[in-house]
Ligand binder design. Structure first.
Ligand SMILES: Cc1cc2nc3c(=O)[nH]c(=O)nc-3n(C[C@H](O)[C@H](O)[C@H](O)COP(=O)(O)OP(=O)(O)OC[C@H]3O[C@@H](n4cnc5c(N)ncnc54)[C@H](O)[C@@H]3O)c2cc1C
Length: 459
């Protein structure tokens, strides 16, 4: 009899796992049943801001593979609009509600892939029946926001609460649609994924686009009028709003896992080993935004909900479910984003993370340009490096600048991943031609500056 894999969640982690398992085991050997409560499979949530802004006109473009492709070409039983409500580990069964047809189904499994993603953080004051308030995590969330923006009366005033990268990207999307946009942030400024000195550069660029930033301003409630959101209430009074986007971060979607007794780690996400197995529960796997992972620099468990990890972890789980051997060995916190033309990249630890992990370190900021100064399109680029003292090992890096800034972080990510010191980095053989870099690449300039800072401290 064929073994049975049940997958909960039909996006990055779940479908990567299912696809890899199928590659290794044919339909007679492994039956695959996928439950997805939404309307889409294998979609790019990362592309939502560009669909909202209108840059990507068609949501179909964000879907890598629809359910029919998985059914037809990969022999998977994909059940859309089915929400798994119970996992019974003893009987090795799941119970799922059919959200459209009604009724429930009970299905047995040999292997279970838990890939439910994350859910937007929603403090008690944000729980409301008023229309016009949106968390942003799935393509269904994006579709609901698009419908609201297109409906009559068309919203004119948007408030984004929270300035993480999703909040920043959504603020940009809505200003591009012609709304007036206010971003309210409890911290000093948006983009807390980088240190505040670098975040200030991002805040300046956002202001330049016409986005109003209200920093150090906790939100305390929402007001409504005739069932529609009408204002965001803050300690300094209400801010009128026709549409509110919650960008307060996400938390791992673990309710179902917790109820079933899957172990959670210190971050509140599901614990897994490097093969994406849930410890102590044979045949139970988890991956993506619902799990925690190892930070390779701090050595601490972290919850880093990014699509790049979800895809890799799902792949690893699927290879192992399929009988192969693969491991996911942790993250270093590399991420990139943009605000219109301004690009932001980060990897490794911020100053506050380095402190929390107990490192002694120096940090330096180097101002340079993306291209040779005389070459058309040359724009400023700011590189920040954090290096351990006295070893000089790179601990973290951040870049803010115009074209060619964000993906330069990959050079630094590779250096960090391989434990390079800033001294080693000054020798790196990086490409140079005037259209792409000054003769001393901004990364090399920053590395030299970090070497000097370390030497000055030890003199
Ligand atoms: C606006 C936005 C921009 C982003 N940009 C980037 C980016 O630029 N780079 C990057 O790396 N990452 C980005 N991300 C993050 C990335 O989208 C996620 O990390 C990735 O989608 C996580 O994949 P996942 O499979 O773990 O979870 P999800 O994609 O959240 O998928 C989980 C699925 O499980 C389903 N589900 C949940 N519970 C159940 C249940 N009980 N029964 C059935 N189905 C269930 C959900 O409907 C969902 O479809 C962005 C996210 C957003 C929202």
């Amino acid at each position: 009899m064929a073994q049975r894999l049940i997958v909960i969640g039909g996006d990055a982690a779940g479908m990567s796992a299912a696809s890899q398992a199928r590659r290794r085991r044919g339909r007679d050997d492994l039956e695959i049943v996928v439950f997805e409560r939404g309307h889409f499979t294998s979609y790019s949530a990362c592309g939502i801001p560009y669909w909202i802004s209108g840059l990507v006109p068609d949501p179909e473009a964000l879907i890598a593979r629809d359910p029919e492709v998985f059914r037809r070409e990969h022999a998977m039983d994909v059940r859309m609009r089915h929400e798994v409500t119970t996992i019974d580990l003893e009987r090795r069964e799941v119970v799922a509600q059919n959200l459209e047809g009604g009724g429930e189904v009970r299905e047995r499994f040999d292997d279970l892939m838990y890939a439910t993603g994350a859910v937007p953080v929603k403090p008690p004051w944000a729980v409301t029946d008023a229309h016009g308030v949106f968390g942003m995590q799935t393509l269904d969330d994006g579709a609901a926001l698009r419908d609201w923006l297109d409906a009559d009366p068309q919203p004119r005033r948007a408030v984004v609460i929270g300035g993480g990268y999703i909040g920043v990207e959504m603020a940009e999307a809505m200003i591009q649609r012609g709304l007036s946009v206010t971003l309210v942030e409890a911290g000093e400024q948006p983009m807390s994924t980088v240190d505040s000195d670098m975040g200030e550069l991002v805040a300046d660029a956002m202001r330049g686009l016409g986005i109003t930033i209200r920093g150090s301003l906790p939100v305390t409630g929402l007001e409504e009028h005739n069932g529609r959101v009408s204002a965001v209430v803050t300690e300094e009074g209400p801010i009128p709003a026709d549409v509110v986007v919650l960008g307060l971060g996400v938390r791992p979607n673990t309710a179902l896992a917790e109820a079933a007794g899957l172990p959670l780690g210190p971050t509140g996400a599901i614990r897994v080993d490097r093969r994406m197995r849930v410890p102590g529960l044979p045949g139970i796997w988890a991956a993506g935004d619902c799990v925690e992972t190892l930070h390779r620099v701090s050595g601490l468990p972290v919850h880093v909900p990014l699509g790049t990890h979800a895809n890799k972890q799902g792949r690893v789980a699927g290879i192992n479910i399929g009988g192969g051997y693969a491991t996911f060995t942790g993250v270093i916190g590399t991420a990139v984003t943009k605000v219109c033309d301004l690009e932001v990249g980060r990897t490794g630890l911020r100053e506050r993370d380095a402190k929390a992990a107990g490192f002694e370190f120096v940090s330096v900021i180097a101002e340079s340009t993306n291209r040779a100064g005389y070459y058309p399109g040359s724009r400023p680029m700011t590189v920040k490096l954090i290096a351990e003292r006295p070893s000089g090992r790179l601990l973290g890096a951040q870049i803010v600048g115009w074209s060619e800034a964000a993906k330069r972080i990959d050079t630094l990510a590779v250096a960090l991943w391989n434990g390079m010191t800033v001294d080693d980095m000054t020798q790196l053989d990086l490409g140079y031609a005037p259209p792409y870099a000054p003769v001393w690449d901004p990364v090399l300039i920053a590395a030299r500056k970090a070497v000097d800072a370390l030497a000055a401290l030890d003199r």
